[in-house]
Design a protein around this ligand. Structure first.
Ligand SMILES: *[C@@H]1O[C@H](CO)[C@@H](O)[C@H](O)[C@H]1NC(C)=O
Ligand SMILES: *[C@@H]1O[C@H](CO)[C@@H](O)[C@H](O)[C@H]1NC(C)=O
Ligand SMILES: [Mn+2]
Length: 346
């Protein structure tokens, strides 16, 4: 009897601890102070966009290598015909870039560029990946993403923006730099900002831009396939050139981990945009497990900076961006740009 009571006590203590942990986790970083009305609006918006989107017919083939037809090319169809739907993704294989190069050599162009040979792509998409010391992840990303992007019939290029040195990391500034550097090469009209460790589990999740900025990594395994909060815009997101210019890009002043994506999310809201999303089945992702990076600790100041988004956004962003390009390396699979982001000393 006593034993049972004790067990119950332990159990209920464990439950409330777990509950508390979940509560703390959930609330820890969703205090975007400025928007409350906006958050509610976005919640509804998100509910609406969570309805199931039309799924294309089951595909048979993978990569399209067929030669261009004679005569002028027609626009690519709205729904790419060769998508596979749900994908199998695992990270246990030791991949080599050489394998990926061999497999994709016939279809890719130097710099990680591709254009569908049989139709005119709907959008010109620059994929921007902020980077430092994650070569293992990059191999997986290239292995999985290139075939997906090819099947999605995008006219695209892959830009790895590598922060030089080991000063404090600045993800948002690397994104801004990627935007500027990619535009120097090609007339991109859409930018997909992606972490290097996020792999989509469904190729119907199109790496394209829409009428509103689009958050693509809706349901990540790390967060138990649940959207952590309604305004989240981190992980993988697609934003058109116009939308990005309208908000002056990302802030350049978020050093260390956290908040830069929430700041962008607020910028979008302040400019009258809302966040669109694929449904939570198509928007599934697997994240490569890893420990915390060196010199990228959560920065407690960043959460306070979110109170100042409205005041800062017109002067802190693309129009105040300053950096130095150290090196641009062209690989078949990507353009690798090493930059000095002018990190504060210390
Ligand atoms: C993976 O491949 C690299 C390069 O070929 C090799 O150095 C490394 O030891 C391999 N790792 C495993 C776990 O097989
Ligand atoms: C909150 O957590 C999300 C998910 O990890 C992250 O993208 C965001 O930057 C965090 N925000 C802050 C203010 O730390
Ligand atoms: Mn990660």
């Amino acid at each position: 009897m006593l034993k049972t009571a004790f067990k119950l006590l332990v159990l209920s203590a464990a439950c409330s601890l777990a509950g508390l942990a979940a509560f703390l986790f959930y609330n820890r970083n969703r205090s975007l102070p400025f928007i409350t009305a906006a958050q509610n609006a976005l919640k509804w918006e998100n509910k609406a966009s969570f309805r199931t989107e039309k799924t294309p017919a089951a595909p048979e083939v993978g990569l399209q290598t067929s030669a261009a037809p004679a005569g002028p090319l027609q626009p690519c169809p709205d729904v790419p015909p060769n998508l596979q739907g749900v994908l199998r993704v695992e990270f246990s294989t030791n991949r080599s870039l050489e394998d990926v190069r061999q497999r994709l050599g016939p279809v890719l162009q130097e710099g990680g560029r591709y254009k569908p040979p049989t139709c005119v792509a709907k959008q010109k998409v620059a994929i921007i990946i902020p980077f430092r010391n994650r070569h293992e992840h990059l191999k997986h990303w290239l292995h999985f993403l290139h075939p997906i992007l090819i099947r999605q019939q995008l006219d695209y290029g892959v830009y790895i923006i590598n922060q030089e040195g080991d000063s404090v990391f600045n993800r948002a500034k690397l994104m801004n730099i990627g935007h500027v550097e990619a535009l120097k090469e090609y007339d991109y009209d859409c930018f997909v900002f992606s972490d290097v460790d996020l792999i989509p589990l469904d190729d119907r999740n199109l790496y394209r831009c829409s009428d509103n900025p689009r958050h693509l990594s809706v349901a990540v395994d790390k967060f138990n396939f649940i959207l952590p909060y309604a305004t989240i815009f981190g992980g993988v997101s697609a934003i058109s050139k116009e939308q990005f210019l309208k908000v002056n890009g990302f802030s350049n002043t978020f050093w260390g981990w956290g908040g830069e994506d929430d700041d962008l999310s607020q910028r979008l809201y302040f400019q009258g945009m809302s966040i669109s999303r694929p449904d939570s089945l198509i928007g599934r992702y697997k994240m490569i497990k890893h420990g915390r990076d060196l010199h990228n600790n959560p920065n407690p100041q960043n959460v306070h900076k979110l109170k100042e988004t409205a005041y800062n956004m017109n002067t802190d962003g693309l129009n105040s961006l300053s950096y130095t390009v150290r090196e641009i390396k062209k690989d078949l699979l990507y353009t690798f740009i090493t930059v000095d982001v002018q990190a504060p000393a210390g």
